[in-house]
Design a protein around this ligand. Structure first.
Ligand SMILES: *[C@@H]1O[C@H](CO)[C@@H](O)[C@H](O)[C@H]1NC(C)=O
Ligand SMILES: *[C@@H]1O[C@H](CO)[C@@H](O)[C@H](O)[C@H]1NC(C)=O
Ligand SMILES: *[C@@H]1O[C@H](CO)[C@@H](O)[C@H](O)[C@H]1NC(C)=O
Ligand SMILES: *[C@@H]1O[C@H](CO)[C@@H](O)[C@H](O)[C@H]1NC(C)=O
Ligand SMILES: *[C@@H]1O[C@H](CO)[C@@H](O)[C@H](O)[C@H]1NC(C)=O
Ligand SMILES: *[C@@H]1O[C@H](CO)[C@@H](O)[C@H](O)[C@H]1NC(C)=O
Ligand SMILES: *[C@@H]1O[C@H](CO)[C@@H](O)[C@H](O)[C@H]1NC(C)=O
Ligand SMILES: CC(=O)N[C@H]1CO[C@H](CO)[C@@H](O)[C@@H]1O
Length: 550
C-alpha cells in the first residue's frame, strides 16, 4: 500500500507505517510481547497471521509432543475482531491480539472441552467461562486452544506418567527424545517452550506449574493461592490450587499474571488479596538491579536431606547460581533451614489434606456443571466410570489416589480434617518457608525447583522458577517408572525456584528478572524438535486466510 519512501522527509512523515521490507518478523520460538506488539502496531502482520503461524507450528510437532489437545475453530473470528479494534486505535493493553494456550482444566464457555483429560467429563460444560478465561479475553488475548495435562492434574493414579491423559495421550517434552515433561501442566510447558503460542497458563496444587516449567526451560509463576481465581477451574484443592503463567521470559510471565490476577466474588480465597480493584503491573518489577541488597536464604537442610550421587549436577548448577546472585548484589544467608522438613518429608498428612479437599471440591464443581453427560456427581461416581470405561486404561493406570481418599473417607468438613490441616500449615509455615523468611528477615529463599515447590504448596505461598542450566554431557540417564519416560539426561533443563511470603510476587519477579537477564540460560538450551513455521514475510493482510474460516 505504501511505496518505499525515497525522500527523507516523506519517510519521516510516514515513520509509523512500515513497508514489508522494513518489517522484522520475530522468531516465534523466542518472541516476546514487546516484539509481537511492535510488528502488530506497525502493520507488519496481524493477529490473524499470528494465529495462522501458531497453528501451522502446532501441526508440525503435535503428533510427537501431543502438547495441544484442541484448537478453537472460532479463533479466526476472534483474531479478526481484535485486528479490527487495533485498526481503530483501540488497544486493550500489552497483550492485545496475542494468542495463548490454556491448560485443559480451565473452564471455557466455547466449543473446547473442560474435562481434565478424562472421558468422565467429556462434553461436561461449565455454566460460563472461568473467571481466568474471561480475564484473558478482556485483556484482548486469543484463547487458541487447550493443552494436554497429567490427567486430573495428576490426582488419580499412583502409577501413571506425567503428561498422560486418557483423552489427550502422552505429552513428550522437547529437549531430549522421549523426555518426561513433568506435570501436571505438561502440555502448557511444551507448548510455550516450542512457541506454539505466545505463552500458556497452567495450574498448580503442588509443583504443577513450577515442575513442568523447569523441565521445559521456562519461567513459571506459581501465584499465591488467592491471587488468581479458581472459579470454574476443575479443582484438586481449594487450599492449594492456583492458576499461573508459563512463558519464555520473566517479563512475559509477569504481563500475563497482571492480566489474570484479581479478586473474584465467585472465589472467596481471592478476597484475602491485598489488591482490591488495582492489581499490580508486575512487569514494572522487571528492572535492572533487582537483586541488589536482597536477602536470600538457603535452607541447607533441604539439600542435605535430598542429597545423593544422582544430585551432583543439579546441586552444582545451584551453587553456580548462588555465585551469580552474589555477584548481582544479593546477600546470601546460609542455613535458613526448614525446621520441620524432615518430618514433612516422611509425613503423609499433606496428601490426606489434598484428598479430603478433592472429595469436597470435586463434588462442588460437578454440582455446578451446565451439562453432565456421564452423570457423575461424586468422586465415587468418577472412579466407577473410570473403572468401567476402557479408554481410561484402568488398571494399567490405577486409581490409587482415589482409592486411598475414599478409604480414608475424610472430606474437608470432617472434624478430623482440621488437625491435619493445622499440621500442614506448620510444615510450610513456621517449620517451612515462612518461618525461615521471618526468622532471618529474608526477601526469599531459593532451592533447585524440584526441591522447593512442595513446602510452598502446603501454605499457598508463591514460587517463581527460572532456568538455571541443563544436565551436562555424561549425566547418568534416569527413566521414570513404570512408563520409562526420560526424566534425567544430558540436555534436560534445570530450574531455580525463588520462594516468598504470600503476595510477594513483585519481589520474586524482581529477583528472577535480574537473574534471567544476567544468565540468559534459555539461549543455551537445545531442542531435538522445533517447528519451522514462522510468520510469513509480506503478512499484514488477512485476505489469504479466508480459507481457514469455518
Ligand atoms: C494435535 O493438535 C490437534 C489440534 O490441531 C488435535 O486435534 C490433535 O488431536 C492433537 N494431537 C495429536 C496427537 O495430533
Ligand atoms: C467461601 O465460599 C464457600 C462457598 O463457595 C462457603 O462455603 C465458605 O463459607 C466461604 N468462606 C468464607 C471465608 O467466606
Ligand atoms: C542447617 O542444615 C545444615 C545441613 O543439614 C546443617 O549443617 C546446619 O547445621 C543447619 N543449621 C541450623 C542453624 O540448623
Ligand atoms: C519422621 O522423621 C522424624 C524426624 O526424623 C522422626 O522423628 C519420625 O519418627 C519419622 N516418622 C516416620 C513415620 O518415619
Ligand atoms: C463429607 O462428609 C460428611 C460426613 O462427615 C458427609 O455428610 C458429606 O456428605 C461429605 N461430603 C462429600 C462431598 O462427600
Ligand atoms: C498399576 O497398578 C495396578 C494395580 O494398582 C496394576 O494392576 C498395574 O499393572 C500397574 N501398572 C503398571 C504399568 O505397572
Ligand atoms: C520399563 O522398563 C522396565 C525395565 O527395563 C521394563 O520391565 C518395563 O516393562 C518397561 N515399561 C514399559 C511400560 O515399557
Ligand atoms: C484429543 C487428542 O489429542 N487425542 C490424541 C490422543 O493421543 C492419540 C495418540 O496417543 C492421538 O491419536 C489422538 O489424536
Amino acid at each position: 500500500m505504501f511505496r518505499v519512501a525515497v525522500v527523507g522527509l516523506v519517510a519521516a512523515v510516514f515513520c509509523s507505517i512500515r513497508t514489508a521490507a522494513e518489517c522484522t518478523y520475530p522468531d516465534l520460538l523466542t518472541a516476546t510481547a514487546r516484539e509481537l506488539q511492535h510488528g502488530l502496531d506497525a502493520g507488519c502482520f496481524t493477529s490473524v497471521d499470528l494465529v495462522d503461524a501458531y497453528i501451522r507450528r502446532t501441526a508440525e510437532v503435535n503428533s510427537t509432543v501431543r502438547a495441544v489437545v484442541e484448537l478453537n475453530s472460532e479463533v479466526w473470528e476472534i483474531a479478526k475482531e481484535l485486528d479490527e479494534e487495533r485498526r481503530k486505535g483501540i488497544i486493550r493493553g500489552p497483550l492485545h491480539g496475542l494468542p495463548i494456550l490454556i491448560k485443559e482444566n480451565i473452564g471455557t464457555d466455547d466449543e473446547l472441552q473442560t474435562n481434565a483429560g478424562s472421558y468422565a467429563l467429556m462434553d461436561a460444560k461449565p455454566i460460563s467461562d472461568s473467571t481466568i478465561a474471561a480475564r484473558l479475553r478482556k485483556a484482548g488475548m486469543i484463547i487458541l486452544g487447550k493443552t494436554n495435562l497429567s490427567q486430573w492434574a495428576n490426582f488419580r493414579s499412583t502409577n501413571s506418567s506425567n503428561g498422560w491423559s486418557a483423552w489427550g495421550g502422552q505429552v513428550i517434552a522437547a529437549h531430549v527424545p522421549n523426555q518426561d515433561p513433568s506435570g501436571s501442566s505438561s502440555g502448557s510447558g511444551v507448548a510455550s517452550d516450542l512457541g506454539l503460542a505466545y505463552a500458556s497458563l497452567g495450574t498448580e496444587t503442588s509443583g504443577s506449574i513450577t515442575s513442568p516449567s523447569e523441565k521445559s526451560g521456562l519461567v513459571g509463576i506459581k501465584p499465591t493461592v488467592g491471587l488468581t481465581s479458581r472459579y470454574l477451574v476443575i479443582p484438586v484443592s481449594e487450599r492449594q490450587d492456583t492458576v499461573g503463567p508459563m512463558a519464555r521470559t520473566v517479563k512475559d510471565a509477569a504481563l500475563v499474571l497482571s492480566a489474570i490476577a484479581g479478586q473474584d466474588q465467585h472465589d472467596n480465597y481471592t478476597l484475602a488479596s491485598p489488591y482490591k480493584q488495582h492489581v499490580p503491573d508486575y512487569a514494572q518489577y522487571c528492572k535492572e538491579g533487582g537483586l541488589k541488597g536482597k536477602r536470600i536464604g538457603i535452607p541447607r537442610n533441604v539439600l542435605a536431606l535430598n542429597n545423593g550421587p544422582a544430585m551432583a549436577p543439579y546441586y552444582a548448577a545451584f551453587e553456580a547460581s548462588i555465585k551469580v546472585l552474589k555477584k548481582l548484589g544479593a546477600v546470601i544467608v546460609e542455613d535458613t533451614n526448614f525446621t520441620a522438613y524432615a518430618n514433612f518429608q516422611n509425613s503423609s498428612v499433606s496428601e490426606t489434606v489434598l484428598e479430603a479437599d478433592f472429595i469436597s471440591d470435586l463434588a462442588n464443581y460437578l454440582s455446578e456443571l451446565k451439562t453432565n453427560p456421564q452423570d457423575v456427581h461424586s468422586l465415587a461416581d468418577v472412579r466407577s466410570f473410570t473403572h468401567r470405561f476402557p479408554r481410561e486404561k484402568w488398571p494399567a493406570r490405577n486409581t490409587g489416589t482415589w482409592d486411598h481418599a475414599l478409604k480414608v473417607g475424610i472430606n474437608n468438613t470432617s472434624p478430623a480434617f482440621w488437625p491435619l490441616y493445622e499440621q500442614n500449615l506448620h510444615f510450610g509455615g513456621e517449620g517451612g518457608v515462612f518461618g525461615a523468611i521471618e526468622r532471618a528477615n529474608l526477601d526469599a529463599v531459593i532451592l533447585p525447583t524440584n526441591l522447593g515447590y512442595p513446602v510452598s504448596a502446603v501454605v499457598g505461598g508463591p514460587v517463581v522458577t527460572v532456568p538455571m542450566g541443563a544436565y551436562p554431557a555424561g549425566t547418568h540417564v534416569q527413566l521414570s517408572p513404570p512408563w520409562n519416560l526420560t526424566s534425567v539426561a544430558p540436555g534436560v533443563p534445570m530450574g531455580l525456584a525463588f520462594m516468598g511470603l504470600k503476595w510477594s510476587e513483585p519481589t520474586l519477579i524482581e529477583m528472577a528478572y535480574a537473574f534471567e537477564q544476567k544468565t540468559q540460560v534459555r539461549e543455551t538450551l537445545h531442542h531435538y524438535i522445533v517447528p519451522k513455521a514462522q510468520l510469513e514475510h509480506g503478512d499484514g493482510g488477512a485476505h489469504k486466510h479466508e480459507k481457514h474460516k469455518h
